[in-house]
Ligand binder design. Structure first.
Ligand SMILES: [Fe+2]
Length: 188
């Protein structure tokens, strides 16, 4: 399937930002502006981006990934009532709300990380993400997402590296556990 020109433009902007800046904060700020414009102009959207896998509660469609696994662009849909546990990304990222409402929780880590299987987290910020709202993500940031609306939600996710190529972590704040994040099913 050929890439929609507006998605191709975003990919170009992401490559330019990575070539211009070393600091992930600056990359994220630049890429966020480009990603936000895709929330305003929805001409690139396809109905299949909303299709979810019942078992994992979500549907991920890869729109771009470079051969060296950099510059990942994907859409993520969540069924009502479904979401993901707190996790990190081990790369910079930007999430932009497209459709529906996703509750995004940013978590603060309280322990010193010396025990690889242990993590103590507390909620730092809870926000409702709707069309055009941006969630910036730095490599060690921890967030969780839940669709508390009545319709399938959709958001655009862009990352410096393909998440499938990274060892990332998932957290259980109640039992204070850190473990390797399971691989999600993705389609392209
Ligand atoms: Fe995430």
């Amino acid at each position: 399937m050929s890439m929609h020109p507006i998605v191709a433009e975003l990919v170009t902007e992401m490559k330019k930002a990575c070539a211009t800046f070393d600091d992930p904060d600056e990359i994220v700020a630049t890429v966020a502006l480009a990603a936000k414009s895709l929330a305003e102009n929805k001409s690139w959207l396809r109905p299949e981006y909303f299709e979810c896998d019942e078992e994992q509660g979500m549907g991920i469609t890869i729109l771009n990934e470079e051969p060296d696994h950099s510059i990942l662009v994907e859409t993520v849909a969540w069924l009502p009532g479904r979401g993901v546990a707190p996790h990190d990304h081990q790369t910079w990222g930007v999430v932009v709300g497209i459709d529906g409402v996703e509750v995004n929780i940013n978590w603060r880590r309280l322990d010193d990380g010396s025990n690889p299987d242990f993590a103590e987290l507390e909620t730092a910020e809870e926000r409702q993400i709707r069309n055009g709202d941006v969630v910036p993500l730095l490599p060690d940031d921890i967030h969780s997402v839940r669709n508390e609306g009545e319709t399938t939600s959709l958001s655009l996710h862009v990352y410096g590296r393909a998440l499938s190529s990274l060892e990332r972590y998932e957290f259980d704040p109640i039992n204070k556990i850190r473990r390797v994040c399971p691989q999600r099913k993705r389609r392209d």
